[in-house]
Ligand binder design. Structure first.
Ligand code: ADP
Ligand code: MG
Length: 695
């Protein structure tokens, strides 16, 4: 495989454009992209024509505006290029108008009450900053999606807006520190994607995986992840073949797939790309997730992106590596050799600290989903409490500023290997902290709470907006300063004193931290229903409004969509659990009991007086469990029915969490106990062992 040759071969990227577009059109297009302006129709016509010619050469027959509605997945409606000609033939056509704007019926996408169903009109608008690509015979045009009345209905538009705000406020700060050359400030993103791979035949036998993407029942297997033998373990041939084909497919889409390895749980893996601008990285992550599923299917596998497909082993996250850079490629979160003297870096760092502390609620919301509620605070994931890890060196620097002490830079420690053939090497000045939700990792922040199935557009919209807001406050304050350095020092000092509670370098998984965080007054919004209502707090309406990210109407509608979605997910899970319990599990246990009873009576009739106490004991045990199971089915049934009587979306979400989810958990506990005591021949589903260890 010639990687440089195939890389981006399915993308209408700069190289393809430069080759095909007239020079003046290419320049005009680049200029509109760089200046973030709308595209002129005459330019669009030329671009559309070349794009179509290119797409036809690559086997495409259709085009689609590829967008990211509030459903969480991408949406596409395919139109073929055909246009009838006289005499009953067709030619392949594609106009600038079709490229710039699409008009899908918006009525079936979640709008959170912004629009009534009779107002069906929606618009998709090309985002020329993200390249068009060919997927499965269709030219896909990355687009934004809004309603006839102008409210946004998607996740891309707010992300683009938040990047604009970061650019604006970032430039203000840079100018204050004498940087007059930077033209744009860009946020960057490298999302590490975790996933599970299981056998397709086994998947097909589990209704819970089919309908919910996670198991609702399943006794613990004899072996889980306790030996730590899967993390970075040798990749099995079948998985390796999958990963190779996945890499190839992603490279063709111009996605910088870089790292692949086995993760902590059995059957769990990770793929990390090289970072890109937040917008492109988000589009690429959506495309990566879709491609992971497609390729798995070809290999007789199923890729599970749910945050917690299996109880008792690690769940999957998506580490959101985030930084800020200039158009010239300078990373503004790079502390450089001597961070104590790097005032601009310290101002930016202080702004991030302030942003995170003041907006713990929003960052929790940025990682909130029904699936992620099973993961956050479990052993492998950061807790729901938001805090920041800075490492020893930066913490020392900040302490010296806060208390006006002299800062002594420690020499980077030398790692002694004590084996002659191995080199000694200079260690990083700080270790990693794998337990922190928001960790500084050298020259970027790693937001680790985000769930694996999440569209990171919302996450990064929030992250960009809160930091841009802190930049804005800082720029307001510093703009009037006589001496920028000393004003900045005292601003940093003031900020650190006010927000130092958010910094925690210790073990976030420990019970002590939960108590300590409470003492510090940090929020602990444990579940989605606890967190989401804060979205529309006065402070947040003001924040998003101030920077033109969301209007109050949009924010309220988004909150409703997410809460509604949460209720729907738990409702589907509960109905699935009931279906499995009534139609499969109960009958299976019942048959097993009957067969045991028949065996017992047969044995005692053949050999009168022979004791059959083993069977009798098991019959008693299982019969008791089955009676308990029937009772739990009844409780869950009633809980699901009761949801209809709850008024208010927030109240419904709490109802589902407190009544339905908990009833499901109780039902599961009894089922798992029965499974552990049953013949596997009778159990209606593949076991955890089969799911986790059969690939
Ligand atoms: P890990 O967290 O598993 O140790 P790395 O530290 O190697 O992994 O990097 C993880 C991710 O961080 C990669 O996807 C990488 O592209 C991304 N990354 C590195 N630098 C930046 C940056 N400046 N902005 C955004 N993401 C970055
Ligand atoms: Mg990581």
């Amino acid at each position: 495989m010639n990687v440089p040759e195939i890389f981006g071969s399915l993308v209408f990227n700069d190289a393809a454009m430069r080759e095909r577009l007239p020079k003046s059109t290419f320049k005009a297009l680049k200029k509109t992209i760089e200046e973030g302006r709308a595209l002129d129709i005459s330019v669009a016509n030329v671009v559309a024509h070349s794009m179509k010619e290119w797409a036809l050469e690559h086997g495409a027959t259709h085009y689609t505006h590829w967008f990211q509605p509030m459903t969480g997945i991408t949406a596409e409606k395919h139109d073929s290029f055909i246009t009838p000609t006289e005499g009953g033939g067709v030619i392949m056509e594609f106009s600038g108008k079709e490229l710039i704007k699409g008009e899908p019926d918006a009525s079936s996408f979640p709008s959170g009450g912004i629009r009534a169903t009779f107002e069906a009109r929606g618009y998709t608008a090309w985002d020329p900053s993200s390249y068009a690509f060919i997927k499965d015979g269709s030219l896909c045009i990355p687009t934004a999606f809004c309603s006839y009345t102008g409210e946004i209905l998607d996740k891309k538009t707010p992300l683009l807006r938040s990047m604009e705000v970061m650019n604006k406020q970032g430039l203000r700060l840079l100018r204050l520190f004498g940087d007059n050359v930077t033209e744009r400030v860009i946020t960057t993103l490298g999302p590490e994607q975790e996933y599970f791979l299981i056998d397709k035949e086994i998947f097909k036998q589990r209704k819970d995986l089919i309908y919910c993407g996670r198991t609702l029942f399943g006794a613990r297997p004899p072996k889980g992840q306790e030996l730590d033998d899967h993390y970075f373990g040798t990749i099995k041939p079948r998985v390796s073949a999958y990963m190779k084909e996945l890499d190839e497919a992603l490279w063709k889409y111009g996605i910088y797939a870089k790292t692949k390895h086995n993760e902590v749980a059995p059957a769990q893996h990770e793929l990390a790309p090289i970072f890109d601008s937040s917008n492109i990285a988000t589009d690429h992550n959506q495309l990566t997730m879709a491609t992971m599923k497609d390729i798995a299917d070809k290999h007789g596998l199923v890729c599970l992106l749910h945050e917690k497909p299996f109880a008792g082993v690690s769940g999957s996250g998506k580490h959101n590596n985030w930084s800020i850079s200039t158009n010239t490629g300078k990373n503004l979160l790079d502390p450089s050799k001597n961070p104590r003297e790097n005032t601009l870096f310290l101002v930016i760092l202080a702004a991030v600290i302030k942003a995170v502390d003041e907006n713990q609620d929003l960052l929790r919301i940025a990682a909130a989903s029904a699936g992620n509620d099973h993961r956050l605070g479990a052993v492998e994931a950061p807790p729901a409490i938001v805090s920041m890890y800075l490492g020893d060196e930066l913490s020392d620097v900040l302490r010296s500023i806060m208390y006006n002490e002299e800062y002594k830079k420690k020499d980077a420690p030398i790692m002694k290997t004590n084996a002659d053939v191995l080199p000694n090497f200079v260690k990083d000045t700080s270790d990693r902290n794998r337990t922190s939700p928001f960790a500084f990792t050298g020259n970027k922040f790693e937001f680790r709470s985000v769930g694996s199935s999440e569209n990171v557009a919302c996450t990064n919209t929030i992250l960009n907006t809160i930091v841009a807001d802190a930049f804005c406050d800082f720029a307001d304050e510093l703009e009037n300063a006589e001496d920028i350095r000393s004003a900045a020092e005292s601003l940093i000092r003031k900020t650190l004193k006010a927000h130092k509670r958010i910094i925690f370098n210790g073990d976030n998984y420990s019970a002590e931290w939960v108590a300590e965080a409470e003492k510090r007054g940090l929020l602990n919004l444990r579940t989605l229903p606890d967190a989401l209502p804060h979205y529309t707090d006065e402070k947040n309406i003001r924040l998003f409004g101030r920077h033109g990210i969301y209007t109050e109407v949009e924010l309220r509608s988004r909150t409703d969509i997410i809460l509604e979605n949460y209720c729907k997910i738990i409702n589907i899970e509960a109905l699935t659990a009931l279906d499995m319990a009534k139609k499969d599990i109960f009958p299976a246990v019942s048959s097993y009991i009957r067969d045991l009873a028949q065996t017992a009576s047969l044995v005692s009739s053949v050999v009168p007086g022979l004791t059959v106490s083993a069977e009798t004991e098991l019959i008693k045990k299982l019969s008791n469990l089955l009676a308990c199971f029937a009772n739990k089915i009844d409780i869950l049934d009633k809980a699901v029915l009761g949801a209809k009587d709850v008024e208010g979306i927030k109240e419904s979400a709490f109802y589902y969490k407190d009544n339905v989810l908990s009833a499901m958990q109780e039902l599961r506990a009894v089922a798992d106990e029965m499974e552990s005591n049953m013949s596997s021949k009778y159990w209606p589903y593949p076991s955890y062992g089969a799911m986790l260890f059969s690939v």
